[in-house]
Write a protein that binds this ligand. Structure first.
Ligand code: NAP
Length: 283
């Protein structure tokens, strides 16, 4: 059996084509006013700078503007809160991305939660998480939202399947588990204190790697016919899962790169367009 490749790159390009038309229609109805995604980058982490640049490039590709806010690594929580307040109050800004992680002196949770719910296009606020977890309308966290969209596109129905999510971070593992549960999968959340992780993973129909350690999830933990979702990305183009050993045995898998990464950006940009459409409709 050769696994089905869940091609996030191709799907994200298809999504961007649709978004380009929607942005163009929005600009026409708004007398030339272009939707803006504000991106906040605090500090000088090179990977974060690359991620922000990729998100800004995606805005440009679909005809949106991005507004870069770059703050020094010494920024305080209060200074970041003030910046978020300014962006919340700016009617041109339709979405706000605060790139994670921020320097350790900043209370990241407080800053995430300051983002107005209607501009929380990266799905990072507690309010947004709560709504999403309850199955109410909210922009889910971008990476798991992108993964769900990828599964949906390939008509992979998760209902009734046993899903194991390895990782429980607020922006990835936890919202992923909630989204899979809302889609009627039976979900197990694993973390650094999980006992006998390989055995737990072996029982999974769907494995999501969200650990942040290169090829931490070994191929021999994954059973034949599983659906393998790798959210990790590390130097050398490897993920959190030892994918080379599962491609011949899995039902489906996300490549690294070209799987989850492009879908994260597609979800963020889609949410920003939806936020603009909702705001225009309400005005
Ligand atoms: P994180 O905040 O560092 O969380 C890592 C999680 O893995 C934690 O819940 C941790 O458990 C768990 N973990 C650590 N060691 C473990 C072990 N030995 N056994 C089982 N679980 C263990 O990371 P994150 O932000 O969620 O990111 C995870 C991965 O996804 C990274 O590779 C990151 O680069 C990638 N990512 C990709 C995108 C994208 O756009 N493609 C976006 C976000 C993240 P505890 O809770 O017990 O500490």
């Amino acid at each position: 059996m050769t696994a089905l490749k869940l091609d996030g790159k191709a799907l994200s390009q298809q999504i961007e084509r649709d978004l380009t038309q929607r942005v163009s229609a929005l600009v026409k109805t708004q007398q030339g006013r272009i939707p803006v995604l504000a991106t906040i980058l605090v500090g000088d982490d090179p990977s974060s700078a690359i991620y922000v640049r990729m998100k800004r490039n995606a805005c440009q590709r679909v005809g949106m503007d991005s507004r870069p806010v770059v703050l020094p690594k010494e920024t305080t929580t209060q200074q970041l809160l003030d910046e978020i307040d300014r962006l919340n109050a700016d009617a041109d800004v339709r979405g706000i991305l605060l790139q994670h992680p921020v320097p350790s002196q900043i209370d990241e949770r407080r800053c995430f939660d300051r983002i107005a719910i209607e501009k929380d296009v990266d799905g990072v606020t507690s309010h947004g998480f709560g709504l999403m977890a309850l199955g109410e309308r909210a922009f889910g966290s971008a990476t798991p939202a992108g993964i769900m969209r990828l599964l949906h596109h390939y008509q992979i129905d998760v209902a009734g399947k046993s899903a194991v999510v390895v990782g429980r971070s607020p922006i990835l593992g936890k919202p992923m588990a909630m989204m899979l549960s809302n889609a009627n999968a039976t979900v197990t959340i694993c973390h650094s204190k999980t006992v006998d992780l390989p055995e737990v993973v072996r029982r999974a129909d769907i494995v999501v790697g969200a650990v942040g350690k290169p090829e931490f999830i070994r191929a021999d933990w994954i059973r034949d016919g599983a659906i393998v979702i790798d959210a990790g990305y590390h130097a050398g183009g490897i993920g959190d899962i030892e994918l080379s050993g599962v491609i011949s045995r899995a039902l489906a898998y996300t490549p690294v790169p070209g799987g989850v990464g492009p879908m994260t950006i597609a979800a963020l940009i889609s949410h920003t367009v939806e936020a603009t459409e909702a705001s225009v409709k309400a005005s």
